[in-house]
Design a protein around this ligand. Structure first.
Ligand SMILES: Cc1ncc(COP(=O)(O)O)c(C=O)c1O
Length: 329
């Protein structure tokens, strides 16, 4: 996975609490809650041909996350949409855009974690960038992270918060192994998701994904399940283990130490795994193996084949139904 600097983003206009400013001049107070404690919620939005994929659903999740964190004030949806619209208009954007929408608890009167130190309302940040899909369609390499995803008894994954250190540490493991991303397990050793997104794979003709025990209630995930139903593709939501859940095939292994070796495909520890309509090869279970993905050879709809995240989902007819024209809102 590569995210090269895009020259078109050199002079971006970003929006901080309604002020439109050049990216090099934008500032956040050192007293802001996001600086003090990662105390913020966020959503990643995609703009396709002037429309934002599942905008209302993303705003609903932003709101429920902020409510769960007991933010004293949350801007109404219409106000947030207006700031998104102003930001897109300021940048002349219509397509191929990723919007990172962040709502922080706001500026504190003095440094510290106590939400009672917040007395001036939240900070809304709209960062819109020209961004191509970040995942390769040809396949991905995944390692299995040594870090487990939180369940609701620790830090509820239904809260889409901006404290991403657990994911970042998993990503560091993936980087060290020369992999694209890390597969993360839940506290019981079942597959939760990757460090960045939900995971589907196809086994015996059935599209499978994990329960949302240790991953967010995904908007893309829900869309994929809807697409499966719409296209008569069998799908199943269940606890998935590395050994039992993923199909085994011959393939190339990528170990956590970064070395690559061939496997014979016959040993129980050698698997090739199909993930998001792609095949993965993995080393040992449970930690830290490394998988290599390839494209599906079956005729899955493009949306399903490329479902590894909102950032790569392409709109189909049914997906388009969830799009909103920002200019019309
Ligand atoms: C940890 C994590 N998992 C999965 C997703 C994908 O969720 P959705 O498709 O609902 O945006 C995200 C998106 O931000 C995420 O942060």
């Amino acid at each position: 996975m590569r995210q090269p600097f895009n020259e078109r983003n050199r002079d971006l206009i970003v929006n901080v609490n309604g002020t439109l400013v050049h990216r090099d001049e934008a500032g956040i107070s050192p007293f802001d809650s996001v600086v003090q404690g990662g105390d913020a919620v966020w959503e990643g939005l995609r703009l396709y041909d002037g429309r934002i994929f599942k905008l209302r659903e993303h705003l609903a999740r932003l709101r429920s996350s902020a409510l769960a964190l007991a933010f004293a004030e949350i801007p109404p949806d219409e106000e947030i949409i207006e700031e998104i619209r102003r930001t897109l208009a300021a940048n002349g954007m219509r397509d191929g855009v990723h919007i990172r929408l962040t709502l922080t608890r706001g500026v504190k009167v003095t440094s510290g974690m106590d939400p009672r130190l917040n007395r001036s309302g939240p900070t809304l940040i709209v960062l819109a960038e020209h961004k191509a899909p970040v995942y390769e369609r040809a396949g991905l390499k995944l390692i299995t992270s040594s870090l487990r995803r939180f369940g609701p008894d620790t830090l509820d994954p239904k809260i889409h918060h901006a404290n991403l250190l657990q994911s970042i540490l998993a990503k560091i493991e993936a980087n060290a192994a020369g992999a694209d991303d890390a597969l993360m397990l839940d506290g019981n050793g079942f597959i939760a998701e990757t460090n960045a997104t939900h995971l589907f794979f196809v086994r015996d003709g059935v599209a499978m994904t994990s329960r949302t025990v240790a991953c967010p209630e995904g908007i893309t995930r829900a869309t994929v399940l809807e697409l499966c139903a719409e296209h008569d593709i069998p799908s199943r939501v269940k606890d998935l283990s590395l050994n039992r859940g993923l199909p085994r095939r011959r393939g190339v292994l990528h170990r956590h130490d970064g070395r690559t070796r061939e496997c014979d495909g016959n040993r129980r520890t050698d698997h090739r795994r199909r993930v998001a309509g792609a095949a993965h090869e993995a080393a040992r279970r449970p930690l830290p193996g490394c998988h290599r993905a390839r494209r599906s050879r079956r005729g899955w709809p493009r949306d399903l084949v490329s479902l590894a995240g909102a950032s790569i989902l392409r709109p189909s007819t049914s997906v388009r139904a969830g799009l909103r024209d920002y200019s019309g809102l």
